[in-house]
Design a protein around this ligand. Structure first.
Ligand SMILES: [Zn+2]
Length: 88
């Protein structure tokens, strides 16, 4: 029974890590081998990979890059929140 929780928690750690732009599979394996708690603590401590998170956001169609300042803004945005330039 505890194995089921172990597995579910390990999967959650994997999802959490991939939301930070890290390898979800890698963290899943760490959580399985060491312990889900240790995997979760490591995933908490690591800093998000911004480049990877930007890529994910653009690919999911959630965000786009402002042509003026290259910051990410929402796809629906008409005005860049970073540099106030108009977006086409
Ligand atoms: Zn901008």
């Amino acid at each position: 029974m505890i194995f089921v929780f172990w597995l579910i928690f390990a999967i959650l750690v994997g999802f959490y890590a991939s939301s930070k732009g890290r390898s979800g599979i890698g963290f899943f394996i760490i959580a399985i081998v060491l312990s889900p708690l240790i995997g979760f603590i490591i995933a908490l401590m690591i800093s998000p990979v911004n480049a990877q998170m930007e890529m994910n956001a653009i690919e999911s169609g959630e965000m786009k890059k402002c042509p003026s300042c290259a910051e990410l803004v929402k796809v629906e945005a008409k005005l860049c929140k970073h540099c106030r330039s108009e977006l086409a």
